[in-house]
Design a protein around this ligand. Structure first.
Ligand SMILES: [Zn+2]
Ligand SMILES: [Zn+2]
Length: 163
């Protein structure tokens, strides 16, 4: 929780217009993410533009799952946000289908060779950075011992996810 507490999704009308929050996204996801901000539940001010944030009622996991299974279909996202407010049972039913679908996608993608630009597996942003792991590697732990630490070498500047 302390490491990455940006786990709710809010909406910034100003960023929706300027696209300020979506630099670094591939074109196919740009429309999906426009105006939607990952932040802490208590945050009400947009970190990108200082604008006022509106609650969407959905959390990051659901948001990302909908992006994955629909290939960034914003209409579906908006329908799901509306559905959660109207009928949470129906919403949860749909989400459990989507989660199963996303899980399937993940296992089939694992075998595919990743190409060129590194991308955040959580939100799809290419605004990612390498984390220095040298401090963990120094000391001669060459093979195996620290492999689980060393594996986390990338950090997404957009949502804070590490992998
Ligand atoms: Zn904003
Ligand atoms: Zn991300």
């Amino acid at each position: 929780m302390a490491l990455n507490s940006k786990n709710v999704v809010k909406y910034c009308g100003k960023c929706h217009q300027t696209g300020e929050n979506v630099t670094g996204f591939g074109r196919n996801l740009l429309e999906y993410h426009r105006g939607y901000i990952f932040c802490e539940d208590s945050t009400n001010v947009c970190e990108y533009c200082g604008g006022q944030l509106k609650d969407t009622g959905i959390n990051k996991d659901d948001y990302v799952t909908i992006a994955k299974i629909s290939n960034g279909n914003r209409q579906l996202l908006e329908a799901m946000i509306g559905l959660k407010q109207k009928d949470i049972i129906e919403y949860e039913l749909k989400m459990s289908q989507f989660r199963a679908q996303a899980q399937q996608q993940r296992t089939s993608q694992k075998s595919a060779v990743s190409n060129n630009k590194p991308k955040c597996p959580t939100c799809g942003s290419t605004n990612v950075e390498k984390i220095s792991t040298t401090s963990k590697v120094v000391g001669g732990a060459l093979f195996g011992l620290f492999s689980s630490n060393v594996r986390n070498t990338m950090r997404c500047k957009h949502c804070g996810y590490k992998w």
